[in-house]
Design a protein around this ligand. Structure first.
Ligand code: PLP
Length: 389
């Protein structure tokens, strides 16, 4: 039968230690959750500021439910665009200081919308090798030539751009790389975009809310000037604690995406409740300096105390703290042991990361306290002492 092959493939995944499991949480997103009746300290969510269960956001949603109901009923360009959506776009636009902002249901959709709208067949995309899967899929959808340059290698990108005869060029980059925690050299990328007349799309999924003044993100962190060629994508399900994403930039660029992007036009608008939640969230982000300060403190504490492990902690200054293990099986074993001891730290394996670079991805949040970080550090040293290499 046609499904027999799937059975074989699924079994092979298990043999290779690549079978993914989803667990069911019985409590809200936070530093401590209950799964299968067990209490766990979590280091796996992208809720970097601890807003996912914030009382002001919950209150905003309650109020919005009374006022707006639940469903949006249609796509934004038909009749699904409500006052909270409009206010959200205006708030985002002024917050990130761009001419216009467009709200999307998810970051994945935002990337699928922007890339094929700006470049087509006969154009060229230049993509950092470690970019997020959504940017890679977006490039496939665009059917452009897709050139992947070595991670953060500006000289190599310059050569690729120089050689290219494509009419339109688009550079794609994560601002904070989701499995490394390092920052893209945005000022250098922007300089190259200027020199070769290319677009630069910056995916700030892990920088928005966390980096830059008031949490405005990586572009603000680096002080990049507003430019029509610079397109900012930020997601709202990570530090913002809700869901969705936005694309911000030049008014013509955003208008063109609104007119032409199929993943924008042919999908139902998210609930106005979500937009109301996000308006409350952006308020908290803007005033969240103490959250960001606490998060930075936890990052330094973890970095300082893990250098004695047999595994290398990548030198990341962001909330994403990868501990490099190597083999899939070892990464799984350590993750399993931590889980048994009450810590939820995901093992990230291929194809999410290159072969031989399986790692624990420790995600920190401003909602963690110092004792929780110290407990994790102790648990990791115990794994090492038990010879889980
Ligand atoms: C999470 C993520 C996305 C996708 O955003 P969603 O809103 O979760 O769909 C896109 N790019 C990067 C770099 C991400 O980490």
């Amino acid at each position: 039968m046609i499904w027999d092959e799937l059975e074989v493939n699924l079994n092979q995944l298990a043999v290779d230690g690549l079978r993914r499991q989803k667990l069911t949480l019985d409590t809200p997103c936070g530093p401590v959750v209950i799964v299968g009746g067990r209490k766990l300290i979590t280091f796996c969510s992208n809720d970097y500021l601890g807003l996912a269960n914030h009382p002001s956001i919950i209150a905003a949603v309650r109020e919005a439910a009374e006022r707006w109901g639940v469903g949006s009923g249609a796509s934004h360009i038909v009749s699904g665009h409500f006052r909270p959506h409009e206010e959200l776009e205006e708030r985002l636009r002024s917050f990130v200081e761009r001419e216009r902002a467009l709200y999307f249901t998810t970051g994945y959709m935002a990337n699928l919308a922007v890339v094929p709208t700006l470049v087509k067949r006969n154009d060229a995309i230049f993509s950092d090798r470690l970019n997020h899967a959504s940017l890679i899929d977006a490039a496939l959808l665009a059917r452009s030539e897709h050139i992947r340059f070595p991670h953060c290698d500006i000289a190599s990108l310059a050569k690729c751009l120089e050689r290219s005869r494509a009419r339109r060029k688009l550079i794609l980059t994560d601002a904070v790389f989701s499995m490394e925690g390092d920052l893209a050299p945005l000022p250098d990328l922007f300089t190259l975009a200027e020199r070769f007349d290319a677009w630069l799309l910056v995916d700030d999924a892990h920088g928005f809310g966390v980096l830059g003044s008031g949490g405005r993100g990586s572009i603000s962190y680096y002080g990049l000037p507003p430019s029509p060629r610079l397109i900012l994508m930020g997601t709202l399900g990570k530090a913002a604690g809700v869901s969705g994403a936005f694309v911000a930039g030049d008014r013509r660029v955003i208008d063109w995406i609104t007119q032409k992007a199929r993943p924008y036009i042919f999908t139902t608008a998210s609930s106005p409740l979500i937009a109301a939640a996000l308006l409350a969230s952006i308020e908290l982000i803007e005033k969240g300096e103490s959250l960001r300060t606490h998060l930075r403190y936890l990052i330094c504490r973890l970095q300082d105390k893990l250098f004695g492990l047999p595994w290398r902690i990548l030198p990341s200054t962001t909330a994403i703290q990868p501990l490099m293990i190597g083999e899939n099986k070892s990464a799984m074993q350590i993750s399993d042991r931590l889980f048994k001891n009450g810590f939820w730290v995901p093992a990230i394996r291929p194809p999410t990361v290159p072969n031989g670079t399986a790692r624990l991805r420790i995600s920190l949040s401003a909602a963690h306290n110092e004792a929780q970080i110290d407990a994790l550090i102790r648990a990791l040293y115990e794994c090492a002492a038990d010879g889980l290499l």
